[in-house]
Write a new protein. Structure first.
Length: 207
């Protein structure tokens, strides 16, 4: 089997995430039960998880780009302690983003030099996406980019995989998909027919 296309997730694969730090920062701004029930963050889990009707609606709407960043932050403010500012909430949310090792970007660049197509497929949101995109110039490393808040669809739903395969004209038989979340890998296998791995290190062992 040969590979000609690699699809990358962003958070947890290319950029590291620090969920415990984000939780710690929000504990200063809102009751702990709201961190889980409204934000859907569990420092022992896989990051953002939908655990209540409010979480499912708020995080769905923001990740799908159905509400603006201002609407997202002002809604969160309603669940914070009195006196909490929008800027404090913004800073706490951004604190989930951690380091992005340059060697990961260098590796992706090397794949392109070898003739591989590189594609980015991310469940994201404007507040997280914009600083990463600008600071690391991600457009220089990928042939095609798909982000949930622009597409109004998200992993692990079939529609986003169908969209990526169609719009990027992917030959699924020769595609590897890198995603740290098992539910997304299973969806990639089921809906797109991609071979999947959980990390860039695992990818390196294959190509």
């Amino acid at each position: 089997m040969y590979w000609d296309t690699v699809v990358f997730d962003l958070g947890g694969v290319i950029i590291n995430l620090d969920v415990p730090r984000c939780v710690s920062n929000f504990k200063r701004l809102m009751p702990e039960e709201n961190i889980r029930n409204i934000l859907g963050i569990d420092e022992e889990g896989e990051g953002v998880v939908a655990v209540s009707a409010a979480t499912k609606q708020l995080m769905h709407d923001y990740e799908y780009g159905n509400i603006s960043t201002d609407e997202f932050l002002s809604t969160l403010q309603e669940y914070c302690y009195a006196g909490t500012t929008i800027e404090q909430i913004r800073a706490a949310w951004l604190s989930m983003l951690d380091t992005l090792p340059q060697e990961r970007l260098d590796y992706i660049a090397s794949l392109r030099e070898k003739g591989y197509r590189t594609i980015l497929l991310s469940n994201s949101n404007e507040l997280h996406w914009d600083p990463i995109w600008k600071q690391y110039q991600l457009g220089n490393y990928f042939d095609v980019v798909f982000a949930s808040h622009y597409l109004h669809m998200a992993k692990p739903n079939q529609e986003i995989f169908d969209h990526v395969v169609r719009e990027a004209k992917i030959d699924s038989e020769h595609t590897i998909y890198v995603d740290d979340l098992e539910k997304n890998r299973k969806a990639g296998e089921r809906f797109a027919g991609w071979r999947t791995v959980a990390s860039i290190d695992e990818l390196k062992s294959m190509i």
